[in-house]
Design a protein around this ligand. Structure first.
Ligand code: NDP
Length: 295
Protein backbone atom coordinates (compact mmCIF):
# COMPACT_ATOMS: atom_id res chain seq x y z
CA UNK A 1 0.00 0.00 0.00
CA UNK A 2 1.19 3.57 -0.61
CA UNK A 3 1.40 5.19 2.81
CA UNK A 4 2.66 8.48 4.26
CA UNK A 5 3.76 9.24 7.82
CA UNK A 6 4.02 12.80 9.16
CA UNK A 7 5.75 13.53 12.46
CA UNK A 8 8.92 11.57 13.18
CA UNK A 9 9.16 12.39 16.90
CA UNK A 10 10.09 10.12 19.81
CA UNK A 11 7.18 7.74 19.16
CA UNK A 12 6.43 8.53 15.51
CA UNK A 13 9.87 7.38 14.37
CA UNK A 14 9.62 3.75 15.54
CA UNK A 15 5.97 3.53 14.40
CA UNK A 16 6.94 4.73 10.92
CA UNK A 17 9.83 2.25 10.88
CA UNK A 18 7.33 -0.64 11.11
CA UNK A 19 5.25 0.84 8.28
CA UNK A 20 8.36 1.19 6.12
CA UNK A 21 8.88 -2.58 6.34
CA UNK A 22 5.38 -3.34 5.01
CA UNK A 23 4.39 -0.48 2.74
CA UNK A 24 5.68 1.91 0.10
CA UNK A 25 6.26 4.77 2.55
CA UNK A 26 6.85 8.50 2.22
CA UNK A 27 7.74 10.47 5.35
CA UNK A 28 7.53 14.14 6.22
CA UNK A 29 8.87 15.94 9.28
CA UNK A 30 8.87 19.65 10.16
CA UNK A 31 12.64 19.49 10.65
CA UNK A 32 13.58 18.11 7.23
CA UNK A 33 16.91 16.60 8.34
CA UNK A 34 15.10 14.02 10.50
CA UNK A 35 13.00 12.88 7.54
CA UNK A 36 16.14 12.58 5.39
CA UNK A 37 17.93 10.47 8.00
CA UNK A 38 14.84 8.27 8.39
CA UNK A 39 14.45 7.85 4.62
CA UNK A 40 18.11 6.86 4.21
CA UNK A 41 17.89 4.40 7.11
CA UNK A 42 14.63 2.80 6.02
CA UNK A 43 14.99 3.10 2.25
CA UNK A 44 11.90 5.19 1.69
CA UNK A 45 11.09 8.65 0.36
CA UNK A 46 11.22 11.97 2.26
CA UNK A 47 8.78 14.65 1.12
CA UNK A 48 9.42 18.39 1.29
CA UNK A 49 5.84 19.31 2.26
CA UNK A 50 2.76 17.62 3.78
CA UNK A 51 1.01 18.01 0.38
CA UNK A 52 3.83 16.18 -1.37
CA UNK A 53 3.79 13.40 1.26
CA UNK A 54 0.03 12.91 0.85
CA UNK A 55 0.19 12.90 -2.97
CA UNK A 56 -0.70 9.42 -4.21
CA UNK A 57 -0.97 7.96 -0.70
CA UNK A 58 -3.89 5.64 0.09
CA UNK A 59 -3.33 6.11 3.81
CA UNK A 60 -1.75 9.04 5.67
CA UNK A 61 -0.73 8.78 9.34
CA UNK A 62 0.01 11.78 11.55
CA UNK A 63 1.72 11.83 14.96
CA UNK A 64 2.19 15.40 16.22
CA UNK A 65 2.19 16.93 19.73
CA UNK A 66 -1.48 18.04 19.77
CA UNK A 67 -4.57 18.20 17.55
CA UNK A 68 -3.87 21.90 16.98
CA UNK A 69 -0.75 21.01 14.96
CA UNK A 70 -2.69 18.38 13.02
CA UNK A 71 -5.42 20.85 12.11
CA UNK A 72 -2.84 23.47 11.14
CA UNK A 73 -1.15 20.96 8.83
CA UNK A 74 -4.27 20.62 6.69
CA UNK A 75 -4.48 24.08 5.17
CA UNK A 76 -2.56 25.95 2.49
CA UNK A 77 -0.84 25.17 -0.79
CA UNK A 78 1.68 22.89 0.93
CA UNK A 79 -0.87 21.46 3.38
CA UNK A 80 -2.21 17.94 3.65
CA UNK A 81 -5.57 18.73 2.07
CA UNK A 82 -3.85 19.96 -1.09
CA UNK A 83 -2.26 16.54 -1.59
CA UNK A 84 -4.94 14.12 -0.35
CA UNK A 85 -6.78 12.19 -3.04
CA UNK A 86 -10.49 11.46 -2.78
CA UNK A 87 -10.93 8.06 -1.15
CA UNK A 88 -7.77 8.35 0.97
CA UNK A 89 -7.72 7.52 4.68
CA UNK A 90 -6.16 9.72 7.41
CA UNK A 91 -5.20 8.06 10.70
CA UNK A 92 -4.22 10.50 13.43
CA UNK A 93 -2.01 8.82 16.05
CA UNK A 94 -1.52 12.06 17.98
CA UNK A 95 -2.84 11.97 21.56
CA UNK A 96 -5.24 14.70 20.53
CA UNK A 97 -8.56 16.14 21.61
CA UNK A 98 -11.98 14.88 20.56
CA UNK A 99 -13.49 18.23 19.51
CA UNK A 100 -10.68 19.17 17.13
CA UNK A 101 -10.72 15.68 15.62
CA UNK A 102 -14.45 15.85 14.99
CA UNK A 103 -13.83 19.15 13.15
CA UNK A 104 -10.94 17.67 11.14
CA UNK A 105 -13.03 14.60 10.28
CA UNK A 106 -15.91 16.75 8.99
CA UNK A 107 -13.53 18.88 6.93
CA UNK A 108 -11.92 15.81 5.34
CA UNK A 109 -15.26 14.07 4.79
CA UNK A 110 -16.32 17.03 2.63
CA UNK A 111 -13.40 16.09 0.31
CA UNK A 112 -14.22 12.38 0.33
CA UNK A 113 -11.40 11.51 2.76
CA UNK A 114 -12.02 9.21 5.73
CA UNK A 115 -10.58 9.94 9.19
CA UNK A 116 -9.96 8.05 12.41
CA UNK A 117 -8.33 9.16 15.66
CA UNK A 118 -5.91 6.39 16.58
CA UNK A 119 -3.76 7.39 19.57
CA UNK A 120 -1.41 4.78 20.98
CA UNK A 121 -0.26 3.53 24.36
CA UNK A 122 2.82 1.49 25.24
CA UNK A 123 5.59 4.08 25.01
CA UNK A 124 8.64 4.17 22.79
CA UNK A 125 9.57 0.60 23.86
CA UNK A 126 6.16 -0.65 22.75
CA UNK A 127 6.49 1.25 19.48
CA UNK A 128 9.88 -0.34 18.79
CA UNK A 129 8.52 -3.80 19.61
CA UNK A 130 5.35 -3.24 17.56
CA UNK A 131 3.18 -4.02 20.59
CA UNK A 132 1.27 -0.75 21.06
CA UNK A 133 -2.37 -0.59 22.06
CA UNK A 134 -4.24 1.60 19.56
CA UNK A 135 -7.47 3.34 20.64
CA UNK A 136 -9.57 4.08 17.60
CA UNK A 137 -12.45 6.49 17.11
CA UNK A 138 -14.13 6.07 13.72
CA UNK A 139 -17.20 4.81 11.91
CA UNK A 140 -17.33 1.08 11.32
CA UNK A 141 -16.15 1.00 7.65
CA UNK A 142 -13.25 3.36 8.44
CA UNK A 143 -12.18 1.18 11.36
CA UNK A 144 -12.22 -1.89 9.10
CA UNK A 145 -9.85 -0.10 6.68
CA UNK A 146 -7.65 1.26 9.48
CA UNK A 147 -7.11 -1.92 11.46
CA UNK A 148 -4.70 -3.76 9.10
CA UNK A 149 -2.61 -0.59 8.73
CA UNK A 150 -2.43 -0.02 12.50
CA UNK A 151 -1.41 -3.65 13.04
CA UNK A 152 2.00 -2.72 11.62
CA UNK A 153 2.89 -1.26 15.06
CA UNK A 154 -0.06 -2.25 17.26
CA UNK A 155 -0.86 -5.53 18.95
CA UNK A 156 -4.24 -4.55 20.35
CA UNK A 157 -6.38 -2.36 18.05
CA UNK A 158 -9.54 -1.29 19.87
CA UNK A 159 -12.55 0.42 18.31
CA UNK A 160 -14.06 2.64 21.05
CA UNK A 161 -16.82 4.37 19.06
CA UNK A 162 -17.19 7.37 16.71
CA UNK A 163 -14.46 9.95 15.94
CA UNK A 164 -13.07 11.46 19.16
CA UNK A 165 -13.58 8.42 21.39
CA UNK A 166 -10.01 7.17 20.83
CA UNK A 167 -8.68 10.51 22.05
CA UNK A 168 -11.07 10.49 25.04
CA UNK A 169 -9.88 7.02 26.09
CA UNK A 170 -6.21 7.93 25.68
CA UNK A 171 -6.55 11.18 27.66
CA UNK A 172 -8.18 9.43 30.62
CA UNK A 173 -5.53 6.68 30.51
CA UNK A 174 -2.75 9.25 30.66
CA UNK A 175 -4.45 11.31 33.35
CA UNK A 176 -4.53 8.17 35.51
CA UNK A 177 -0.85 7.57 34.71
CA UNK A 178 -0.03 11.10 35.91
CA UNK A 179 -2.00 10.63 39.14
CA UNK A 180 -0.15 7.36 39.76
CA UNK A 181 3.27 8.91 39.21
CA UNK A 182 2.67 11.79 41.56
CA UNK A 183 1.02 9.64 44.24
CA UNK A 184 3.84 7.09 44.06
CA UNK A 185 6.48 9.80 44.50
CA UNK A 186 4.74 11.38 47.49
CA UNK A 187 4.22 8.04 49.26
CA UNK A 188 7.71 6.72 48.60
CA UNK A 189 9.50 9.94 49.54
CA UNK A 190 7.78 9.56 52.93
CA UNK A 191 8.66 5.84 53.24
CA UNK A 192 12.33 6.47 52.48
CA UNK A 193 12.42 9.35 54.98
CA UNK A 194 10.79 7.04 57.52
CA UNK A 195 13.74 4.66 57.11
CA UNK A 196 12.36 1.95 54.79
CA UNK A 197 14.73 1.25 51.86
CA UNK A 198 13.05 2.09 48.53
CA UNK A 199 13.76 -1.34 46.95
CA UNK A 200 12.26 -3.17 49.92
CA UNK A 201 9.19 -0.93 49.99
CA UNK A 202 8.71 -1.47 46.24
CA UNK A 203 8.92 -5.26 46.58
CA UNK A 204 6.18 -5.14 49.20
CA UNK A 205 4.02 -2.69 47.23
CA UNK A 206 4.23 -4.82 44.11
CA UNK A 207 2.65 -7.77 45.90
CA UNK A 208 0.04 -5.53 47.55
CA UNK A 209 -3.09 -3.69 46.46
CA UNK A 210 -1.51 -0.27 45.81
CA UNK A 211 0.66 -1.52 42.94
CA UNK A 212 0.33 -0.12 39.42
CA UNK A 213 2.08 -0.04 36.04
CA UNK A 214 4.10 2.82 37.49
CA UNK A 215 5.32 0.78 40.46
CA UNK A 216 5.73 -2.51 38.58
CA UNK A 217 7.40 -1.30 35.42
CA UNK A 218 8.48 2.33 35.36
CA UNK A 219 9.85 2.73 38.89
CA UNK A 220 12.24 -0.27 38.94
CA UNK A 221 13.62 0.52 35.48
CA UNK A 222 13.84 4.28 35.62
CA UNK A 223 13.48 5.71 39.13
CA UNK A 224 15.29 3.29 41.47
CA UNK A 225 18.17 3.18 38.96
CA UNK A 226 18.17 6.98 38.63
CA UNK A 227 18.20 6.50 34.82
CA UNK A 228 15.18 8.69 33.93
CA UNK A 229 15.62 8.12 30.15
CA UNK A 230 13.89 10.74 27.98
CA UNK A 231 11.02 8.92 26.21
CA UNK A 232 7.90 11.06 26.63
CA UNK A 233 7.90 14.76 27.34
CA UNK A 234 6.30 15.88 30.58
CA UNK A 235 4.72 18.76 28.64
CA UNK A 236 2.80 16.20 26.56
CA UNK A 237 1.50 14.43 29.67
CA UNK A 238 0.35 17.79 31.07
CA UNK A 239 -1.49 18.32 27.76
CA UNK A 240 -3.21 14.92 28.15
CA UNK A 241 -4.45 15.79 31.66
CA UNK A 242 -5.93 18.97 30.16
CA UNK A 243 -7.74 16.94 27.47
CA UNK A 244 -9.13 14.59 30.13
CA UNK A 245 -10.34 17.59 32.15
CA UNK A 246 -12.08 18.90 29.02
CA UNK A 247 -13.89 15.57 28.74
CA UNK A 248 -14.93 15.69 32.40
CA UNK A 249 -16.28 19.19 31.91
CA UNK A 250 -18.16 18.16 28.74
CA UNK A 251 -19.75 15.24 30.55
CA UNK A 252 -20.51 17.11 33.80
CA UNK A 253 -18.09 15.22 36.04
CA UNK A 254 -16.20 17.10 38.76
CA UNK A 255 -12.43 16.79 38.31
CA UNK A 256 -11.08 17.83 41.73
CA UNK A 257 -8.14 15.40 41.69
CA UNK A 258 -7.27 15.90 38.03
CA UNK A 259 -7.34 19.70 38.37
CA UNK A 260 -4.78 19.51 41.16
CA UNK A 261 -2.71 16.97 39.23
CA UNK A 262 -2.61 19.29 36.22
CA UNK A 263 -1.41 22.17 38.42
CA UNK A 264 1.38 19.97 39.81
CA UNK A 265 2.50 18.86 36.34
CA UNK A 266 2.40 22.45 35.10
CA UNK A 267 4.63 23.49 38.00
CA UNK A 268 6.97 20.60 37.18
CA UNK A 269 7.17 21.61 33.49
CA UNK A 270 7.86 25.22 34.40
CA UNK A 271 10.64 24.14 36.77
CA UNK A 272 12.18 21.37 34.63
CA UNK A 273 11.61 22.70 31.09
CA UNK A 274 9.79 21.69 27.89
CA UNK A 275 12.15 18.81 27.07
CA UNK A 276 12.01 17.14 30.50
CA UNK A 277 10.71 13.57 30.70
CA UNK A 278 7.36 12.80 32.36
CA UNK A 279 8.88 10.68 35.12
CA UNK A 280 10.96 13.63 36.22
CA UNK A 281 7.80 14.68 38.05
CA UNK A 282 9.18 12.26 40.66
CA UNK A 283 12.30 14.40 40.91
CA UNK A 284 10.18 17.43 41.84
CA UNK A 285 8.75 15.58 44.82
CA UNK A 286 12.23 14.31 45.75
CA UNK A 287 13.62 17.84 45.57
CA UNK A 288 10.88 19.29 47.77
CA UNK A 289 11.16 16.41 50.27
CA UNK A 290 14.98 16.45 50.28
CA UNK A 291 15.26 12.72 49.57
CA UNK A 292 15.97 10.39 46.60
CA UNK A 293 13.96 7.24 45.84
CA UNK A 294 16.78 4.93 44.67
CA UNK A 295 17.88 1.42 45.39
P1 NDP B 1 7.97 14.65 20.17
O1 NDP B 1 7.94 15.95 20.86
O2 NDP B 1 9.11 13.74 20.34
O3 NDP B 1 7.82 14.88 18.56
C1 NDP B 1 6.85 15.74 18.04
C2 NDP B 1 6.81 15.64 16.54
O4 NDP B 1 5.88 16.60 16.04
C3 NDP B 1 8.14 15.93 15.85
O5 NDP B 1 8.21 15.20 14.64
C4 NDP B 1 8.02 17.43 15.58
O6 NDP B 1 8.82 17.86 14.50
C5 NDP B 1 6.56 17.52 15.18
N1 NDP B 1 6.03 18.86 15.37
C6 NDP B 1 6.04 19.62 16.49
N2 NDP B 1 5.41 20.78 16.27
C7 NDP B 1 5.01 20.76 14.98
C8 NDP B 1 4.31 21.69 14.16
N3 NDP B 1 3.90 22.87 14.63
N4 NDP B 1 4.07 21.36 12.87
C9 NDP B 1 4.49 20.17 12.39
N5 NDP B 1 5.15 19.24 13.10
C10 NDP B 1 5.40 19.55 14.40
O7 NDP B 1 6.59 13.94 20.53
P2 NDP B 1 6.27 12.37 20.61
O8 NDP B 1 6.68 11.70 19.36
O9 NDP B 1 6.72 11.83 21.91
O10 NDP B 1 4.67 12.43 20.69
C11 NDP B 1 3.84 12.60 19.55
C12 NDP B 1 2.40 12.32 20.00
O11 NDP B 1 2.32 10.97 20.49
C13 NDP B 1 1.95 13.23 21.16
O12 NDP B 1 0.58 13.53 21.02
C14 NDP B 1 2.18 12.36 22.40
O13 NDP B 1 1.34 12.74 23.47
C15 NDP B 1 1.86 10.98 21.84
N6 NDP B 1 2.47 9.85 22.54
C16 NDP B 1 3.81 9.81 22.86
C17 NDP B 1 4.35 8.72 23.54
C18 NDP B 1 5.81 8.62 23.91
O14 NDP B 1 6.17 7.67 24.63
N7 NDP B 1 6.69 9.52 23.45
C19 NDP B 1 3.49 7.59 23.96
C20 NDP B 1 2.12 7.69 23.49
C21 NDP B 1 1.64 8.78 22.84
P3 NDP B 1 10.34 18.41 14.73
O15 NDP B 1 11.23 17.20 14.55
O16 NDP B 1 10.50 19.44 13.69
O17 NDP B 1 10.40 18.98 16.13
Amino acid sequence: MRAAFLGLGAIGWPMAAHLARQHELTVWNRTRSRADVFAAEHRCRAAATPAEAAGGAEVVLTCLPTSAEVEALLAGEMGLEAGLAEGALVLDCTSGDPATSRRVAARLAARGVAFADAPVSGGTNGAEAGTLTVMVGADEPTFARAKPVLQAFGRRIEHLGPVGTGHAMKAVNNALLAVNIRAFAEGFAALVKAGIPARRALDVLNTSSGRSFVSESLVPERVLTGAFPPTFRLALLEKDIGIALGLLEETGVDGALLRRTRELFREAREALGEQSDYLEAVRMVERDAGVEIRG
